[in-house]
Design a protein around this ligand. Sequence first.
Ligand code: PMP
Length: 304
Amino acid sequence: MKEQGKIWMNGKLVPYKNAKVHVLTHALHYSTAIFEGIRCYNTPRGPMIFRLPEHVDRLFKSAKMYSMKMPYTKKEISDGIIKTVKASKLKECYIRPIAYYGHGVMGLTPTPNKVEVAIACWEWNTGESSAGKIRGARCKVSSWLRIDSRSQPMQAKAASNYANAALARVEALRDGYDEAIMLNYHGKVSEGSAENIFIVNKDEISTPPLSSGILDGITRDSVIKIAKSEGFTIIQRDIDREDLYVADEVFMTGTAAEVKSVTEIDNITIGDGKLGEITRKLQNAFYEASRGKDERFSEWFTPV
Ligand code: PMP
């Protein structure tokens, strides 16, 4: 990441090097933070933020699920995001708004501390997400189970949920895979460490339901809408580990990953081991839609 540009902190743009937090920040010790991951794409009509209202809504839902009182309105956060991207002069970037409990009163109870909000953006380095685009990703079903909503609100995009995800990611990478697939406490497929998952059988596409303990992914929603408009049937149902192995195609979706193909799981080849035809079709359709080249989805964009 280039250490330049400006970061929005509690309503003001500050230089990158000045965007600091105190070591006694509550969120650093107790994971009391919620955040978002958003993309800005360079479209034929200029830089546009992809599905900004949906991301801001999810940020506020995440805060609510953790009883965190946001000190700004949705409009102020949206304006802050646009201002940060504009100041960066980047035509394409990844945007990270985060709300967290600051410092002052140490101890488990977060509420005596101020809720601080920051927004940063940076050029997206495709390195991390190249597996699945250039070649199919090799995944491992994690030995770590996805925590479920009996323990934590998993539909919140909360820092605390990512300890579980990072364990799975690190295990998969250490074992020589590109990504982890996590099962939930019922042994059903939930999601990747930072992506939702889909399987394809003939021309039927299935994905685990929200009740399987997944994040309500905005790329998941975009791909469902795109696939439906292309005439595919999408079923939200419980998926077993075995269903993964015998699927014709498997793919994952996420803001960072976009649509990535999975061609091997637990060393078992998926389909013929090549990027599947339907995955390829949806990958291309998502690419066109997210780059503002599909008029059917023009309402997904907010100009910078
Ligand atoms: N699940 C998890 C756990 C994630 O971190 C992400 C990335 N935000 C996703 C799914 C995909 O969500 P989205 O498409 O909104 O980025």
